[in-house]
Design a binder for this molecule. Structure first.
Ligand code: THU
Length: 143
């Protein structure tokens, strides 16, 4: 399976990730994050970070996008884009990496976007090498 998407789809994914920041609820950190997740059938789910007065109850943009997609019946993913208001590549946190890795594939393209428009392409395996996953779960926990 190729881990690239067409320029046209990529542009759409990036635009949706940027637009997703508009609904970020981040009054505490004032750090807006937007994510866009492309599913196998071409649907793009947007996600933003949603914070809470009880800080630990917040959720990251990436997991918001995944929760939206999965709860709507999608579990095959093609690409993810993540953006913030920084002219910097901000990559998914550890909890998000683990959450995303549950669904894979290891070759999932993850695009990090700077405000300048520059993008960096990584894979899920780049972000979370030696991950703990379903295989080990089945072998040792669900046996
Ligand atoms: N955040 C995300 O939404 N995604 C990440 O990958 C990193 C952090 C959010 C969580 C919190 O609302 C804010 O950014 C500051 O950490």
């Amino acid at each position: 399976m190729s881990n690239t998407i067409s320029k046209e789809v990529q542009d759409k994914l990036f635009a949706k990730a940027i637009a997703a920041k508009d609904t970020s609820y981040s009054p505490y950190s004032k750090f807006r994050v937007g994510a866009a997740l492309l599913t196998e059938d071409g649907t793009i789910y947007q996600g933003c970070n949603i914070e809470n007065a009880s800080f630990g109850a917040g959720i990251c943009a990436e997991r918001t996008a995944y929760v939206k997609a999965i709860s709507e019946g999608h579990n095959k993913f093609v690409a993810l884009a993540v953006t913030t208001d920084q002219d910097d590549f901000v990559s998914p946190c550890g909890i998000c990496r683990q959450f995303i890795s549950e669904f894979g594939p290891a070759t999932l393209p993850v695009y990090l976007l700077k405000t300048s428009g520059e993008s960096q392409l990584l894979t899920l395996a780049d972000l979370l090498p030696y991950s703990f996953g379903l295989e080990q779960g089945q072998k040792y926990i669900l046996k």
